[in-house]
Write a protein that binds this ligand. Structure first.
Ligand SMILES: NC(=O)c1ccc[n+]([C@@H]2O[C@H](COP(=O)([O-])OP(=O)(O)OC[C@H]3O[C@@H](n4cnc5c(N)ncnc54)[C@H](OP(=O)(O)O)[C@@H]3O)[C@@H](O)[C@H]2O)c1
Length: 240
């Protein structure tokens, strides 16, 4: 069996200054790609280009894409990773708590995909990867806003697949389970222990394990995978 070296691509990762986004950017860099990250604060990993953008602001995203295109050429791989939580039980969740999370996690991904699709359609090549969550499939008490936003990404990716699939563009969803990051370290100890008990793998994952699946989805080997939801959850979401 022979292994071809990966085709170097221009990659943009949103929220690449920390957590899972940082690991995704590092993994693409290690494979020899041209990597840019968006950040509201801080920097992407050494060797990447950091551009400022807020995914709730289409104009800032447009400027960020233009900056990346000027430096590295059209964006060929985009990873919509930026996301937030605002966990509250339904009785306490305000409409603003709901719409703010949707605006970042779902409408934010729409803005990123819409801007990225321009260059991808022209090039007749593109890899769109949306970072969802196991709770988008399972639901989660206290996360009605978050799980709704993460389920929405599946409809987004599948509809993009139907619209743009014939132009060499794939759109896939990665659904991580519990990953060691700032987002999960704020959970109370007892909650973390209860979650670990329910995960068949018996442990949380690392950002790097998610990143490796994403770089593979962007690779030439995954050209015929589109509209898929790939779990990286140690079996937590099985059957959903
Ligand atoms: N950790 C988990 O267990 C887990 C599980 C399933 C799915 N996920 C998903 O994985 C993704 C990354 O999560 P993480 O654990 O790495 O979270 P994190 O450590 O909290 O990092 C979130 C990233 O998103 C960025 N971001 C948030 N709002 C933004 C906005 N309006 N515009 C631009 N960037 C924004 C943050 O930028 P700043 O630094 O500027 O705030 C940061 O870079 C999220 O979509 C999350 O829902 C995480």
């Amino acid at each position: 069996m022979t292994f071809a070296p990966p085709t170097p691509r221009t990659v943009l990762v949103t929220g690449g200054n920390r957590g899972i986004g940082l690991a995704i950017a590092e993994e693409f860099l290690a494979l020899g790609h041209r990597v840019a990250v968006t950040a509201r604060s801080g920097q992407g990993p050494e060797g990447s280009l950091t551009v400022t953008a807020d995914v709730t602001d289409a104009a800032s995203l447009d400027a960020a894409f233009s900056e990346v295109e000027a430096a590295y050429g059209p964006v060929e791989v985009v990873v919509a990773n930026a996301g937030i939580t605002r966990d509250l039980l339904l009785v306490r969740m305000t409409e603003e708590d709901f719409t703010d999370v949707i605006d970042t996690n779902l409408t934010g991904a729409f803005r990123v995909v819409k801007r990225a699709s321009k260059g991808m359609m022209k090039a007749r090549f593109g890899r769109i990867i949306l970072v969802s969550s196991v709770v988008g499939l399972l639901g989660s008490s206290g996360q009605i806003n978050y799980s709704a936003s993460k389920s929405g990404l599946i409809g987004l990716a599948r509809s993009v697949t139907r619209e743009l699939g014939s132009r060499g563009i794939t759109a896939n969803v990665v659904a991580p389970g519990f990953i060691e990051s700032d987002m999960t370290s704020v959970l109370p100890e007892e909650t973390q222990a209860a979650y670990k008990k329910s995960i068949p793998a018996g442990r949380f994952s690392t950002p790097s394990e998610v990143a490796k699946v994403i770089t593979w989805l962007a690779s030439d080997d995954a050209a015929y995978i589109s509209g898929a939801v790939i779990p990286v959850d140690g079996g937590l979401g099985m059957g959903h």
